[in-house]
Design a protein around this ligand. Structure first.
Ligand SMILES: *Cc1c(COP(=O)(O)O)cnc(C)c1O
Length: 341
């Protein structure tokens, strides 16, 4: 039995999800004739109280299209130094949109309204890039699944309004935040101009992200998605997986969060761990005590068929997910407890 806690992207469609996908009604989505894709887009737009939505092959593409439609070449966007849009999208903001990133030194991937306000360039000063967009990530990826306080997001929105900035949410793991904080998607819909959500992480669909926004924003996004090569044809089979996931795999995220908390609690008790970051959702980030190295610990786990990821700078990461069952969890806890150096 291989236990892959590398990421929540490793999940495979469940048999029920596959059955649901097989039965999907499909058409050519580039002509908006795929009923299942249309249904998924309408469902998500309604859920977030927005006018429209658009299905994408990846979260990266959804974010990159959002950056493109919310900026002009030469502009600057504001985000945390660990933001996925800056760090893990191949320099896409520069490549696709000609936009530079003004990085803020946030806490666990989260930035404050005060930091945002201080980072906005004076639009009258011709030496400076025009600030046009703020990108938020919730939950944070490199920040260890941390969730924003909603109040802070409201404050940042006020700064955006005062300064005529667009406000984008990279919600790849927003489902986890909604469940952990008992929040409603409509509250997010009211705040943000555009929101990307992922169907293939915690929710367990094989492929897909959705960008949600106003009719006008999504109309622009449809053009840019085509231009980026993301127009798909009978993608209803994939959208069906997303529909199934929305119906069956959201509330169970609590189980992933509980398992992550169990792992963190145990790690805290182990003599070979140094710092274990607080766990709010499904990600556990921790360091090991010198002279023990991350590689040594990963090797010991690998010998027990447990795989985790090395985040660099001495940080290691467990991510719990749909395919990480209770029997595996019991086995992992026991295995961790037995590790000695
Ligand atoms: C995974 C992730 C994405 C998108 O990833 P894809 O692999 O392109 O679907 C975007 N933002 C965050 C924070 C993520 O964790």
């Amino acid at each position: 039995m291989e236990i892959n806690l590398f990421s929540d992207t490793v999940t495979k469609p469940t048999p029920d999800m596959l059955q649901f996908m097989f039965k999907a009604k499909v058409g050519d989505d580039v002509f908006k004739q795929d009923p299942t894709v249309n249904e998924l887009e309408e469902t998500l737009a309604d859920l977030f109280g927005k006018e429209a939505a658009l299905f994408f092959p990846s979260g990266t593409m959804a974010n990159q299209v959002a950056i493109k439609i919310n900026t002009q070449p030469g502009d600057e966007l504001i985000c945390d130094k660990w933001a996925h849009v800056f760090l893990y999208e191949g320099g896409g903001a520069a490549f696709n949109s000609g936009v530079s990133c003004h990085l803020l030194d946030g806490t666990r991937g989260m930035i404050t309204a005060e930091q945002v306000a201080a980072a906005i360039n004076d639009p009258e000063n011709i030496h400076l890039a025009k600030t046009s967009l703020v990108c938020i990530e919730n939950t944070t990826n490199k920040g260890g699944g941390a969730c924003y306080d909603f109040e802070e997001l409201v404050k940042i929105k006020e700064i955006c309004q005062q300064n005529n900035l667009k406000y984008h949410l990279d919600g790849a793991r927003l489902w986890n935040a909604l469940v952990a904080k008992k929040q409603h998607p409509k509250a997010y819909g009211e705040l943000f101009d555009t929101i990307s959500v992922c169907l293939s992480k915690g929710l367990g669909a094989p492929v897909g992200s959705v960008l949600i926004g106003s009719k006008e924003a999504i109309k622009k996004a449809m053009r840019v998605r085509k231009l980026f090569g993301g127009g798909m044809r009978q993608s209803g089979y994939l959208a069906a997986a997303g529909m199934y996931a929305l119906q069956h795999h959201i509330s169970r995220l609590e189980e992933d969060h509980k398992k992550a908390k169990d792992i963190a609690q145990l790690l805290t008790r182990m003599p070979w761990t140094d710092n274990v970051e607080p766990v709010e959702t499904n990600i556990v980030i921790f360091t090991v005590k010198a002279p023990i190295t991350p590689t040594q610990l990963m090797q010991k786990l690998k010998e027990k068929n447990i795989y985790i990821s090395d985040m660099g700078q001495g940080k290691l990461r467990f991510v719990t997910h749909l395919d990480y069952k209770q029997v595996m969890h019991d086995y992992v806890l026991e295995a961790i407890e037995r590790i000695t150096f």
